[in-house]
Write a protein that binds this ligand. Structure first.
Ligand code: ATP
Length: 140
């Protein structure tokens, strides 16, 4: 059976997760509040949907509780990220990966029970620095 994911927020980060998961053979429901973002992924994702994920009823009507793993890639709008995470935890999504914008955002997400928190620019910076030091420039 194919693995199934939901990706919320189709900026550069969320969008690249959608494309890579599809490339790797997974099923992906891609969600964004902005219709033009959703249009971009209509032919890439298994399903692309316009929705405000701070609206619990919208999430429930999309059947989000049936997915094992949801990735919240909303960054700039910290309030939307936090509310979305809170609702997904309340719904009982088994696994949540969430993008944090800064250290305070990260701490809040931890308190809400996010399973995995990423800070893409910072994490990538650390990785590049380590690879540069070990001269492993081919493996960023
Ligand atoms: P990136 O750095 O990954 O390119 P970005 O800076 O372009 O991200 P962000 O502000 O991090 O954009 O948000 C990512 C996406 O999340 C945007 O496309 C935005 O429309 C979407 N988004 C914001 N609020 C909501 C919401 N309440 N429901 C669904 N999607 C949302």
């Amino acid at each position: 059976m194919k693995k199934e994911f939901v990706v919320i927020g189709l900026g550069r980060f969320g969008g690249s997760i959608v494309s890579e998961l599809i490339e790797l053979g997974a099923n992906v429901m891609a969600i964004d509040i902005t219709p033009s973002k959703v249009d971009e992924y209509a032919d890439i994702a298994t399903q692309a949907v316009v929705a405000d994920t701070t609206d619990e009823s919208a999430l429930l009507s999309l059947g989000i509780r049936n997915f094992q793993h949801v990735i919240v890639a909303i960054g700039e709008n910290i309030q939307a990220s936090i509310l979305t995470t809170l609702i997904l935890k309340e719904i009982g999504v088994p696994k949540l990966t969430v993008k944090a914008q800064n250290e305070y955002h990260k701490k809040l997400l931890e308190k809400l029970g996010a399973d995995h928190i990423v800070r893409p620019e910072r994490d990538m910076g650390i990785r590049v620095a380590n690879n540069v030091l070990s001269n492993n420039i081919l493996d960023y």
